[in-house]
Write a new protein. Structure first.
Length: 106
C-alpha cells in the first residue's frame, strides 16, 4: 500500500510536497493502528463521504492482493444513525457522536 501511495503522490506532484508528506504520514499511522489491532474510522461530507465508503470497502475487501480483511469502517454508511443524530443534535455532532460511541483510546 505504501508503494501505491508513493506512486499516487508522485503522479500528483503538483499538489506539493507538504500534502504528499501528510498523506504518507496518515497512511503510516493507519498501518500502525491496524497492525496493532486497532480500527480506522473514515468519514467525509458529500463526495468525500463516498470516498470514505469506497476506501473502507477496499480495505475490508482485498484491494490489490488477497489478505485478511482490515478493521476499517466508514461513519457515513448508516443512514438511520445519521438521520437520527441530525434530528436530535446539531449537524456538527453527527460524526462526533459516532466517534465517541465506537472509537476506543489506545
Amino acid at each position: 500500500m505504501r508503494t501505491r501511495l508513493s506512486e499516487a503522490c508522485a503522479a500528483y506532484g503538483s499538489l506539493g510536497e507538504e500534502f504528499s508528506r501528510a498523506v504518507v504520514e496518515a497512511a503510516a499511522w493507519a498501518e500502525e493502528t491496524l497492525r496493532s489491532g486497532g480500527a480506522v474510522f473514515l468519514l467525509g461530507n458529500g463526495g468525500s463521504a463516498a470516498d470514505a465508503q469506497h476506501w473502507a470497502a477496499e480495505l475490508v475487501g482485498r484491494y490489490a492482493d488477497e489478505r485478511e480483511p482490515l478493521n476499517v469502517q466508514a461513519l457515513t454508511t448508516n443512514s438511520s444513525t445519521i438521520t437520527a443524530l441530525v434530528n436530535d443534535y446539531p449537524p456538527n455532532e453527527v460524526f462526533e457522536r459516532q466517534v465517541r460511541a465506537h472509537v476506543k483510546k489506545g
